[in-house]
Write a protein that binds this ligand. Structure first.
Ligand SMILES: NC(=O)C1=CN([C@@H]2O[C@H](COP(=O)(O)OP(=O)(O)OC[C@H]3O[C@@H](n4cnc5c(N)ncnc54)[C@H](OP(=O)(O)O)[C@@H]3O)[C@@H](O)[C@H]2O)C=CC1
Ligand SMILES: O=C(O)CCC(=O)C(=O)O
Length: 411
């Protein structure tokens, strides 16, 4: 199943609960604009390579469109469209004044030098600078991109439109970035994991956790949960998964990754298993924090964790979701679980517009407040309607967007 079709299935399940009219469903599911551009750059060896970049602006009923920029070789229009629509529901679930967008370039960033990556980023902005802006569409980091890439975006956009740090979030702290943005998505995953554990009466202390992906999101989620005295028994990246049933020393793994170009390859503090095996470990909490579609109808029955926190976007396919639901697994959906990132991005954008820097304590406090509120609203809706947390989160998000569409008018 294609990625956008999967999101539509989740959407329609929630829309059925809300008795939403077909005409409103069509309004909400149709992207506002889809941009596909050529990105041609000279490589360090003098060869010229051409890549394809996308920006999908899904919906702006609640405010400027917001969403990350993915650098990954599997990026295509359908995936970006799906991710952009998730952003629309996600910003509504946490009730920040944004719509949804997403972008991506089909490249393998690890095969690019820093200078090549800068060229690719600047060429992409040359092609899309007219459709982004601090009041229209604000990019941010996603898989394969980072704070440095965001700094290049701010700089390149400024060449056309003048200096404006609010055009992009996730920038380096030294360059109009927000203290706490880098950790925010993973920290949010951790905060929400603790909330869910508490709600179902489970003690986080000693709770066993497996995290797939040790990038921005997975690393900070593992760190936060370890600091909360949970036992992180497995972590992974493309090089494989690293398992220790006694619990991993996460700070040691972070230092190792930092010393090895942000890779765990060769990490010796644990047993090497596969990423597929990690997903099927007998743990209390499974946190997929890398790619989409990793839990599908092929492996859902073998997943043993009674709790899944979707730190990645779309890690569970609809067919797998039905199997997990049947087994009574609690799945905290992406549009809530990883919303800490965009929430902190919103704080950064507010900070940029006011030219006033927030303290880390303030960022963390506000993040906790916004995520807690979204969690409680979702939990309440799920209990009221006797639906899954995913359907409840979609209900919360899509009804807020529908309300904005109705109030704003469609003609
Ligand atoms: N960054 C953010 O603020 C947000 C990110 N997300 C989502 O979280 C997920 C992760 O993003 P982020 O942490 O930023 O990305 P990063 O690029 O920082 O990290 C991605 C991690 O996933 C690993 N990975 C990639 N492919 C595989 C694979 N096939 N099997 C196992 N691990 C793999 C990477 O390994 P390696 O480094 O070895 O390639 C890396 O450890 C994505 O789904 C993203 O959309 C959601 C909300 C906000
Ligand atoms: O920080 C942002 O604006 C967007 C983050 C993002 O792309 C996501 O939540 O998937």
């Amino acid at each position: 199943m294609q990625a956008f079709e999967a999101v539509q299935q989740y959407f329609n399940k929630a829309a059925d609960q809300l008795d939403m009219a077909d005409s409103m469903r069509t309004v909400l599911l149709t992207p506002n604009r889809e941009v596909r551009v050529q990105v041609t750059v000279e490589r360090d060896n003098g060869m010229v390579d051409t890549f394809i970049g996308f920006r999908v602006q899904h919906n702006s009923a609640r405010g400027p469109m917001k969403g990350g920029l993915r650098f990954h070789h599997e990026v295509d229009l359908d995936e970006v469209r799906a991710l952009a629509s998730l952003m629309t529901w996600k910003t509504a679930v946490v009730d920040i004044p944004y719509g949804g967008a997403k972008g991506g370039i089909a490249i393998r960033p690890r095969e690019f030098s820093r200078v090549e990556l800068e060229r690719v980023t600047r060429k992409f902005i040359d092609a899309i600078h007219d459709v982004i802006g601090p009041d229209s569409d604000i990019p941010a980091p996603d898989m394969g991109s980072n704070a440095e890439v965001m700094a290049w975006i701010m700089n390149q956009y400024g060449k056309y439109h003048g200096f404006n740090p609010g055009v992009v979030t996730g920038k380096p702290v030294e360059l109009y970035g927000l203290r706490g943005r880098e950790e925010a998505t993973g920290r949010g995953v951790g905060i929400l994991t603790l909330k869910l554990l508490k709600r179902i009466g489970k003690n986080p202390i000693g709770c066993t956790i497996a995290v797939q992906g040790f990038g921005n999101v997975g690393l900070h989620a593992a760190k936060f949960l370890r600091e909360a005295d949970a036992k992180v028994v497995a972590i992974s990246d493309v090089s494989g998964a690293y398992y220790d049933e006694a619990g991993l020393d996460i700070m040691h793994a972070i230092r190792y990754s930092n010393l090895h170009e942000r890779s765990l390859k060769g990490y010796e503090g644990a047993e090497l298993i596969t990423n597929e095996e990690l997903l099927e470990l007998d743990v209390d909490v499974l946190i997929p924090a890398a790619l989409g579609g990793v839990i599908s109808e092929e492996n859902a029955a073998q997943v043993k964790a009674p709790i899944i926190i979707e730190a990645a976007n779309s890690p569970v396919t609809p067919a797998a979701d039905a199997i997990l639901d049947e087994k009574g697994v609690h799945v905290l959906p992406d549009i809530l679980a990883n919303a800490g990132g965009v929430t902190a991005s919103y704080f950064e954008w507010v900070q940029n517009r006011q030219y006033y820097n927030w303290t880390l304590d303030r960022v963390r406090g506000e993040l906790d407040r916004v995520l807690s509120q979204a969690f409680e609203s979702t939990w309440e809706l799920a209990s009221q309607h006797k639906v899954s947390l995913r359907t409840a989160a979609f209900m919360l998000g899509i009804q807020r967007v529908a309300k904005a569409v109705t109030l704003g008018g469609v003609t």
